[in-house]
Design a protein around this ligand. Structure first.
Ligand code: ATP
Ligand code: MG
Ligand code: MG
Ligand code: MG
Length: 459
């Protein structure tokens, strides 16, 4: 079953069950400056859950494009290291705004997985929150889940939007990829492996947390769910890694061609294939590379991709060439991507040309520093020099260091940065006023995107 067919099957299934199909919103959340990117299917419905945005429906389903590359939900560092994390992915969701609750949410998910997709029950594993006896009863008595593939967990199964507001226990559904893959079941000491992969998260929005921390029952309990399309595609296509699904195989082939590096299992090619999706869609949604906020996150992702191409030996601009392959894969489902294709290519090529001027020298300096390093901490001065002179974002340097088992000294780096800003402030007293520019860069590069508190769910 192709990714596109799974997307369609999901939307059709929920439409048959009374849900209105709502198209994907932008990656830039509408009127929500507190949130960096749309990182879950519920984000466009936040105000509907809070009762502030009445809609003509009480059940909805959507395929939502998501980016998790900043703020609290940041999977950037997982990319290339796990089989299941992307910076950009599609979350398929069904939502109830004060209509159905736990029983139907669980029943819908189970029916879709086992009947519509035909997954064997003995490959699935379910978790609920420790306190949630009701969900446990539904799973065990009504669905008949095998108690040997069921566990009750704590933090992983409680979602909250922020310090206050709607929240509630959740239930996660995992697929067991079998004993050939390392890793234990959810809640076990070796759960961090990739054997049991979470495919769907059901959130039972049940409470409104007040500023004193008290959980008050919501007048209308609601449902928010999210199923990862790429992870389910891996299951349906009988492969373990998301990078082996139809869509990624084609992107990887394009990346191999553009870089001239043939081995498509190379982690760097996977990173590049991942990053082209977030970068292209962010540009489609009007984010442009810059030194602040969302634009700086985009620039960081682009530069990481370029660095991985460099690592494979590529010295010519290559990243923009992947847009054509992405368009071929996703342009039917996302006409907005197709429409902005030329613009995306232009923006990426310009970034590539700009970074090419310093990347090679920066990498030379970094490699030399790593080769002669005593111990396993890269000094803050080096990290700063790479940042200041060669345009290496902190996380790019950290990405290179990680490959060598080295940690960059972040505190030392911040100190250097602060010292530079001090110097600039002093200089500005003599008329050379570039303080503002440096403030912007310094702040936004290292605190700006963290400050944009991610208020969406942690599920
Ligand atoms: P994980 O524990 O694997 O990091 P999560 O609990 O953080 O996942 P949720 O916030 O529950 O994920 O998101 C709902 C669903 O979206 C997940 O069940 C998964 O299928 C999918 N998903 C989450 N993060 C990613 C990602 N970075 N890349 C691809 N799919 C993802
Ligand atoms: Mg996660
Ligand atoms: Mg999880
Ligand atoms: Mg989850």
């Amino acid at each position: 079953m192709k990714s596109a067919d799974i997307r369609q099957a999901f939307l059709t299934f929920f439409e048959e069950h009374g849900h209105t199909i709502v198209p994907s919103s932008s990656l830039v959340p509408g009127n929500d400056p507190t949130l960096l990117f749309t990182n879950a299917g519920m984000v466009p419905f936040k105000d509907v859950f809070l009762g502030r945005d009445p809609r003509p429906y009480v059940r909805a389903t959507s395929p939502q494009r998501c980016v998790r590359a900043g703020g609290k939900h940041n999977d950037l560092d997982n990319v290339g290291y796990t089989a299941r994390h992307h910076t950009f992915f599609e979350m398929l969701g069904n939502f109830s705004f004060g209509d159905y609750f736990k029983r139907d949410a669980i029943r819908f998910a189970w029916t879709f997985l086992t009947e519509r997709l035909g997954l064997p029950a003995d490959k699935l594993w379910v978790t609920v929150h420790v306190s949630d006896d009701e969900a446990e009863r539904i799973w065990k008595d009504e669905i008949g889940i095998d108690p040997a593939r069921f566990s009750k967990l704590d933090e992983d199964n409680f979602w909250q939007m922020g310090d206050t507001g709607p929240c509630g226990p959740s239930s996660e559904i995992f697929y067991d990829h079998g004993p050939e893959v390392a890793g234990g079941p959810p809640g076990s000491p070796d759960e961090d492996g990739d054997r049991y992969i979470e495919i769907w998260n059901l959130v039972f929005m049940q409470f409104d947390r007040d500023s004193g921390g008290t959980l008050n029952p919501l007048p209308k309990p609601s449902i928010d769910t999210g199923m990862g399309l790429e992870r389910v595609a891996a299951v349906m296509q009988g492969v373990h890694s998301n990078y082996e699904i139809d869509l990624f195989r084609n992107l990887l082939d394009a990346a191999a061609q553009a870089t001239g590096y043939a081995d498509t299992s190379a982690p760097s090619l996977r990173v590049i294939a991942d990053h082209i999706r977030s970068c292209a869609f962010l540009i489609t949604d009007d984010v442009l590379p810059s030194n602040e906020g969302r634009g700086y996150v985009l620039r960081r992702i682009i530069r990481r991709a370029i660095r991985h191409g460099h690592k494979l030996g590529t010295r010519e601009p290559f990243f923009h060439k992947l847009v054509a392959a992405l368009d071929a894969e996703m342009g039917d489902a996302y006409p907005e991507l197709r429409k902005t294709r030329t613009q995306i290519e232009k923006v990426l090529l310009k970034e590539e040309e700009q970074f090419a001027r310093t990347l090679d020298h920066g990498m030379g300096l970094l490699t030399e520093a790593l080769n002669t390093l005593e111990g396993d901490v890269l000094p803050g001065e080096t990290v700063f020099k790479l940042y200041d002179t060669y345009g290496f974002p902190f996380d790019l340097t950290a990405d290179v260091c990680r490959e060598r088992g080295v940690t960059p000294d972040e505190v030392g780096f911040q100190r250097e940065l602060e010292a530079q800003r001090e110097r600039a402030r002093a200089a500005s007293q003599f008329g050379a006023d570039y303080t503002a520019a440096l403030d912007l860069e310094g702040e936004t590069a290292f605190t700006g995107y963290d400050r944009l508190e991610d208020e969406a769910r942690v599920t």
